[in-house]
Design a protein around this ligand. Structure first.
Ligand code: GUN
Length: 301
């Protein structure tokens, strides 16, 4: 039986709708709207598109957004200066440094220069560490969006209160600090049994076949084949890869969708699966950071 197609676009729309209500209430209470600042270095076309989408949807939710565009040859010192300015700006609740950065810039130094309580991506070492020890504060947007899709697909509520994922074997393919590692930590906190696989994993197809929940985040077009999928499994495809097929440019995921959708129980499409959820949880994190600052939890005033 063909898989249920998980509609990320629709869940993201519902998430943003609820956020807009929350933002309106908080803005009324505190007298100013949440503020999101995006930093973009260089002219990567995909990053431009992502930042434009993030800003448009932020505005639609009632969040103020600003963009700081820097040339591709900007020095690390100048970029750090821009971050320092935003750290000190009281109107900015959330700072996003769009990745990738040009190769001459040390990514970790930049990510760790963002104040942890303004770190909307959850990429600061402190936030990554808190997630790793089960004390998460701000969680990276893509894995958080994947978790929301899994909870919804498995009939759990959005806080995971029914614990429907507990005991499932989740295999995450890809160990990036943006998706794979935080995804594994989130699924562990959800009481899944988690295997974090990657390009050096032996017998990767057999490992994937053990998965009740399979999350593919490797950045390789259609690497996960249909026969790697256990019948009835839930497949979350994080990949967004642009490929040329028969002279036509199209987007494909890390999973061979046509094959896998014949075997899986449920599967996310590309596009329209994980992508919209990443943006929805960016807005969610922005509102959370704003709420915590206003409540004085961060000790930042
Ligand atoms: N580049 C790819 N994914 C992301 C993301 O989630 N956040 C940022 N800042 N950059 C990215």
């Amino acid at each position: 039986m063909p898989a249920k197609i998980i509609d990320g676009k629709e869940l993201a729309r519902r998430t943003r709708e609820q956020l807009a209500v929350t933002v309106a209430e908080l803005t009324e209470t505190f007298g100013s709207a949440p503020g999101l600042a995006a930093i973009l270095v260089g002219d990567d076309a995909a990053s431009e598109t992502y930042v434009r989408t993030k800003r448009r949807q932020a505005t639609e939710c009632g969040i103020r957004s600003t963009a700081h565009r820097l040339a591709g040859d900007t020095t690390e010192a100048d970029l750090l200066e821009v971050v320092r300015g935003l750290n000190a700006d009281d109107a900015v609740d959330a700072i996003l440094v769009q990745l990738p950065l040009p190769r001459h810039i040390a990514i970790r130094r930049v990510l760790d220069s963002v104040l942890p309580y303004k770190d909307v991506d959850g990429f600061h070492s402190r936030n990554a560490g808190l997630l790793a020890v089960g004390q998460a504060e701000t969680v990276p947007c893509t894995p958080r969006g994947c978790l929301a899709l899994l909870r919804d697909t498995h009939g759990d509520d959005e806080a995971g209160r029914l614990g429907k994922l507990a005991g499932q074997h989740a295999v995450v393919v890809g160990r990036s600090s943006i998706v794979g590692r935080p995804m594994a930590a989130l699924l562990t906190a959800e009481n899944c049994t988690v295997t974090l696989a990657h390009s050096r994993t032996r017998n990767l197809p057999e490992v994937c076949q053990q998965a009740d929940v399979l999350v593919a985040a490797v950045g390789r077009p259609e690497m996960v084949r249909g026969e790697w999928v256990r019948p009835g499994a839930t497949v979350i495809d994080v990949g967004i890869n642009r490929v040329e097929r028969d002279g036509v440019s199209r987007l494909v995921g890390d999973v061979a969708f046509d094959e896998a959708s014949e075997i899986a129980g449920a599967i996310t499409p590309v596009p329209g699966g994980v992508g919209p959820m990443t943006v929805a949880y960016l807005l969610h994190n922005t509102v959370e950071l704003y709420r915590r600052r206003r409540a004085g939890e961060s000790g930042s005033g």
